[in-house]
Design a protein around this ligand. Structure first.
Ligand code: C2E
Ligand code: CA
Ligand code: CA
Ligand code: CA
Length: 278
């Protein structure tokens, strides 16, 4: 009774109406935002774990909405994925990151990498390799400057498609990184099947490093395994000196986190380059 009531009544429920209107609006907004160039990339430094020297950046997407202000990916990536807009948005991210690398080249900063996040759907899109190639040729940059991050939850059913895509992109000169490593339940299966270059150790393990012996053990195991497989490791979400010290002792290759810097606008990055040089 109740269920059927709710169903038939939902059309007239004013909250529901607002809800529908808002979600429909945001899909339209998302497309409009893309067309009007309202997206931005913020960059978070990645440092060498031993020396603290900046060796690259992760590009993180932001949406500068004219009324709502700065919107973070957690508020629109899902919608972008479900509507398929994630592929054109991802292409915008690639183009923008490549443009930035080329601008840094002109400033004489030629040795930093830029990591970008690709949704599983876009990662498997037939046009991705061509699109990447076209962008880097136009901008005259080397594929070695780009790291492609995919999350651990790329569909396991598509394992063979993912494996051959990773192989192709690596042959083309790009690096491939597994994001949020350890967050899923079958993390090690990915290592067995996917010929990646880099593992990003999930923030959850890093945040517990000072207080939880199990986390130290897990991170140590991940780093040892990565070493045996010849993979780089990045500790994500490093917020304290203590976490840095532990990760240094465990032999992690790179770090990223608020301890070093939040994701910031490119202007701020360039100011730092001017101040400290390269
Ligand atoms: P992610 O790829 O795991 O990115 C790291 C997130 O952790 C970023 O959030 C970053 O701001 C945050 N973070 C970095 N250091 C710290 C720290 O020390 N402490 C804490 N608490 N957080 C830290 P952000 O920028 O809100 O991005 C969230 C997620 O959205 C990303 O997680 C990624 O999965 C997704 N995303 C971001 N940009 C893109 C994009 O261009 N394309 C796609 N498909 N997804 C994106
Ligand atoms: Ca990432
Ligand atoms: Ca991550
Ligand atoms: Ca994540």
């Amino acid at each position: 009774r109740k269920t059927s009531n709710r169903k038939s009544g939902s059309v007239y429920n004013p909250n529901m109406h607002t809800y529908l209107k808002e979600t429909m609006l945001s899909e339209m907004n998302l497309r409009r935002g893309l067309d009007l160039n309202e997206f931005q990339l913020h960059y978070q430094p990645q440092v060498n774990c031993r020396t603290g020297e900046v060796i690259g950046f992760e590009a993180l997407l932001r949406w500068q909405h004219p009324e709502r202000g700065l919107i973070f990916p957690s508020d629109f990536i899902e919608l972008a994925e479900s509507t398929g807009l994630i592929t054109p948005i991802g292409e915008w991210v690639i183009r923008e990151a490549v443009k930035q690398i080329s601008e840094w080249n002109k400033m004489g900063i030629e040795n930093v990498t830029v990591s970008i996040n690709l949704s599983p759907r876009h990662f498997l899109h037939h046009n991705l390799p061509f699109f990447l190639e076209q962008c880097i040729q136009e901008a005259r940059i080397k594929p070695q400057r780009l790291v492609l991050e995919i999350t651990e939850n790329v569909a396991m059913e598509e394992q063979s498609a993912v494996t051959s895509r990773i192989k192709l992109l690596k042959e083309m000169g790009y690096s491939v990184s597994i994001d949020d490593f350890g967050k899923g339940y079958s993390a090690f299966i990915y290592l067995k099947h996917f010929p990646i270059n880099e593992i990003k150790i999930d923030r959850e393990f890093i945040s517990e490093l000072g207080s939880n012996m199990q986390s130290i053990g897990i991170v140590q195991t991940i780093i040892h395994l990565a070493e045996m497989l010849g993979l780089r490791t990045i500790g994500e979400g490093v917020e304290t000196k203590e976490q840095w010290d532990i990760l240094k002792q465990l032999g992690c290759s790179q770090l990223q986190g608020y301890y070093f810097s939040k994701p910031i606008e490119v202007n701020q990055i360039n100011e730092l380059f001017h101040k400290y040089g390269r």
